[in-house]
Design a protein around this ligand. Structure first.
Ligand SMILES: Nc1ncnc2c1ncn2[C@@H]1O[C@H](COP(=O)(O)OP(=O)(O)OP(=O)(O)O)[C@@H](O)[C@H]1O
Ligand SMILES: [Mg+2]
Length: 300
């Protein structure tokens, strides 16, 4: 496991922060923390980076305790709402970050073209950060996080401030990094982001993890069937697929885990004389699960 956390707690004078978090992230996984403002996402990441001291519990990155010197170069970090020196050029910013990672000047110079390619800022590295759009700023931030070619990346709300195009660009970079084998820990409150790029997600509220699972496990959205000419035989046949099935005004709602049975359900409806008008998964499954899990009230 690349990230191993056991009963980790960090609070501020007994308040805020996060409490008793245990989780593991495997190599190459994209793991997302999904939580409202103030849930404790940033405090958690900052603690794993050694920027805050945990009150109790254990955490290991690449098998070493937090803050271990040898692992620092292997861990990249994109902080939330970062403000970089506006007067530096993109190149200078990347270079300075390389120095912070104690890379040799030669090594940094050799690495920068690759980083610029990954973040899509080739040809823009001589502009100052002041001249960058928000999307470009966020991408140069990602560049700083990957300058040392780290194995683990902590990205704290990498797309929150961006428009849909900027979001997609950053998302595509994250997917490329995942395909390169990086392990990515993502903080976000954007459900779309979680759905599009995460392997696993933990829903967090008031410093605690309320639910964890793979996207497949969490997104077992009910199947909605619009059916006409419903007879008893049809109901009996559908009950065999889900004993708890619900009748709806249009037809049925079933909980089906295995996609392979969908054609069988369609066949059963038709062979028992039903008219199948529509078969679909319920929309907004993740949003509904998130709201059901953390509640709608404001905890900020
Ligand atoms: N330095 C601090 N001193 C005191 N309380 C803090 C400090 N940092 C965070 N907190 C509190 O801890 C809780 C979690 O904050 P944190 O910033 O980790 O949440 P978050 O999930 O990252 O929220 P956001 O989505 O707004 O970034 C909040 O209640 C916050 O007020
Ligand atoms: Mg935060």
């Amino acid at each position: 496991m690349v990230i191993e956390i056991s009963h980790l707690t960090k609070q501020f004078k007994g308040k805020g922060g996060f409490v008793d978090i245990s989780l593991c992230v495997a190599e190459g996984e994209v793991f997302s923390f999904l939580g409202k403002n103030g849930a404790g996402k940033s405090t958690f990441v900052r603690t794993l980076l050694g920027l805050l001291h945990a009150d109790s519990g254990e955490a290991r990155l690449l098998g070493q305790p937090i803050g271990h010197v040898d692992t620092r170069k292997q861990v990249g970090y994109l902080p939330e709402l970062f403000q970089y020196h506006a007067w530096l050029t993109g190149y200078e910013l990347l270079y300075n970050h390389g120095l912070l990672y104690k890379m040799a000047p030669k090594e940094i110079k050799a690495r920068i073209p690759t980083v610029l390619k990954i973040i899509g800022l080739e040809g823009h590295d001589q502009k100052t950060i002041r001249q960058y759009s928000k999307g470009m700023k966020q991408r140069i931030g990602l560049g700083c996080a990957i300058i040392s070619d780290p194995k683990i990346l902590f990205l704290d709300e990498p797309t929150s401030a961006l428009d849909p195009i900027g979001r997609k660009q950053v998302r595509d970079i994250i997917i490329d990094l995942k395909n390169e084998g990086k392990t990515i820990f993502l903080n976000t409150h954007l459900l779309s982001e979680v759905e599009l790029i995460s392997d696993r997600v933990a829903m967090m509220d008031r410093g605690r993890i309320l639910k964890t699972g793979t996207m497949k496990e969490l997104l077992q959205a009910p199947l909605l069937l619009t059916v006409g000419n419903v007879r008893e035989e049809l109901v009996n046949r559908l009950t065999a697929f889900d004993g708890q099935l619900k009748r709806t005004p249009q037809g049925f709602e079933l909980n089906i885990e295995n996609e392979e049975v969908l054609p069988k359900i369609a066949a059963a409806i038709i062979s028992s004389g039903g008219l199948l008008y529509e078969m679909k998964r319920k929309d907004n499954a993740l949003e509904k699960l998130f709201i059901d899990t953390v509640g709608e009230e404001d905890a900020r």
